[in-house]
Design a protein around this ligand. Structure first.
Ligand code: CMC
Length: 425
């Protein structure tokens, strides 16, 4: 067996290596503290493998992203979001019969318990749909209690995927004061979501197949991304034995931040700000380079991708095509292209390998499809849900799972006696 050697305080320690199916090497430090007394320090976990996983492979240097071995380029071209969801959760592409059953079950579990409408009513209209989404998902554990029976767990997984689109659309309808539109069983997963979002009782709403298809592809591109912030959150919460709904709700909250899923909304806000400032994009590139400004180019950079984000490449190609076919002329797209060009030619961005990420173009596409800006991150959550579930299930079924419990290096005061309040200065 291959080993790494660590020399610490004059003593040599051998550490086993774990090698993945794509040749990635990890130094197994599980026994490090017990044998050496030392721990590793890795704030932000940039060099820490928290698990072994058979779900998603990323090679950030070469811009590769595969789900269960299938490249996302091929999946977006040839498969559907439900097929990909099944692939991630079950490990293999479904047969026709398996996919039909999966689709059928998702269709017939999409209603929300009527009492849950009261939750939506309790939110102020200004509530961000991501807060509503995480709250309502957490509340599902009150309606569908969990035990360890695999059939119950599986049913709750179906419920979650079936209901997330209803929850998302209800959150939007609540925010604009329109009546909720109930799910329709004759529509596709994405078609039904669009219908619940945009239909009003007084008119007939026809789902545009181009929008339906584009949304399906966007959801596939977001479906998993191995141990990112929200997925690690799902695993961390789940590792305590908390319910699936609690873990996914925590994942939604983690995703909402502007450095993670919230970036797609932040990109549009940034582009809008630049447009209102006379489209002076160079000024913003300079601001992004100036650390004092506190401003970053949203939609640029990635912890793992240091060459290009393969998801951004697929979306960029789709954006040009879809915008043309939908007849959308969006001034923000021109600003986005200028920003991208300037940033990619600038030494600051080249040296730091800062390329447009998935969120840079997805916002433009969502806008073209009529999705309101505050729903962008909700779209990301709907897409990421199968990935979160697959990761949760992998962890849940692994007999070696231990509760996630990192260590720290304490740098605070040493032991000192309590000071009575009268004696404090
Ligand atoms: N604009 C300007 N400078 C940047 C940017 C940016 N968007 N991103 C990173 N940098 C600089 C950063 O200041 C640092 O410079 P220096 O080495 O001189 O100190 C260097 O590049 C490395 O940055 P970092 O913060 O150490 O990188 P990280 O791996 O910790 O952060 C990131 C990754 C995605 C959080 C970060 O690039 C960022 O804040 N980007 C903007 C937000 C964004 O688009 N997030 C969506 C990520 S993709 C969707 C998802 O998976 O959630």
């Amino acid at each position: 067996m291959q080993k790494a050697t660590l020399s610490l305080n004059g003593q040599t320690h051998e550490l086993p290596l774990v090698v993945g199916t794509e040749g990635e090497v990890g130094i197994d430090i599980r026994k490090l503290r017990a044998t050496t007394g030392a721990i590793t320090l890795d704030p932000g976990y940039g060099n820490t493998g928290s698990c072994e996983s058979a779900i998603t492979f990323i090679n950030g240097e070469e811009g590769i992203l595969r789900y269960r071995g299938y490249g996302i380029e091929e999946l977006t071209e040839k498969s559907s979001f439900l097929e990909v969801a099944y692939l991630l959760i079950e490990g293999e592409l479904p047969t026709k019969a398996q996919l039909d059953r999966f689709r059928h079950r998702l269709t017939y579990h999409s209603l929300l318990h009527e009492d849950m409408k009261k939750f939506f009513e309790g939110f102020p209209p200004s509530a961000h749909p991501m807060s509503v989404l995480s709250t309502i998902i957490a509340s599902l554990s009150a309606y569908y209690p969990e035990n360890n029976d695999p059939a119950d767990v599986e049913l709750n997984i179906i419920r979650l995927i079936a209901k997330i689109k209803t929850i998302a659309a209800f959150a939007y309808k609540k925010s604009i004061g329109q009546p909720y539109i109930y799910p329709r069983n004759d529509l596709s997963y994405t078609g039904d979501f669009l219908h619940m979002m945009f239909a009003v009782p007084s008119e007939t709403y026809e789902v545009d197949p181009l929008v339906e298809n584009t949304l399906d592809k966007l959801l596939i591109l977001h479906a998993d991304h191995e141990q990112n912030c929200s997925t690690s959150t799902v695993r961390m919460v789940g590792s305590s034995g908390a319910s699936l709904f609690a873990a996914i709700s925590a994942g939604v909250s983690a995703l909402s931040g502007p450095l993670h899923g919230g970036a797609n909304q932040a990109v549009i806000n940034m582009l809008e700000r630049i447009r209102q400032d006379g489209a002076n994009y160079r000024k913003y590139v300079e601001m992004a380079k100036d650390k004092e400004s506190g401003f970053r180019l949203m939609g640029f950079g990635h912890r793992v991708y240091k060459n290009f984000d393969p998801r951004a490449r697929v979306i960029k190609a789709a954006a040009d095509q879809v915008l043309e076919r939908l007849g959308v002329d969006d001034p923000l797209l021109d600003i986005a292209k200028q920003l991208e060009r300037v940033a990619l030619e600038d030494d600051y961005f080249i040296e730091r390998k800062l390329y447009p990420n998935v969120d840079f173009y997805s916002g433009i596409l969502y806008r073209a499809m009529g999705i309101p800006t505050n729903m962008f991150t909700v779209m990301f959550a709907m897409g990421r849900l199968p990935g979160w579930i697959a990761q949760w299930k992998e962890m849940h079924n692994d007999p070696n799972t231990r509760i996630y419990r990192p260590r720290q290096i304490y740098v605070g005061p040493n032991a000192r006696p309590y000071v009575p309040i009268e004696a404090r200065e």
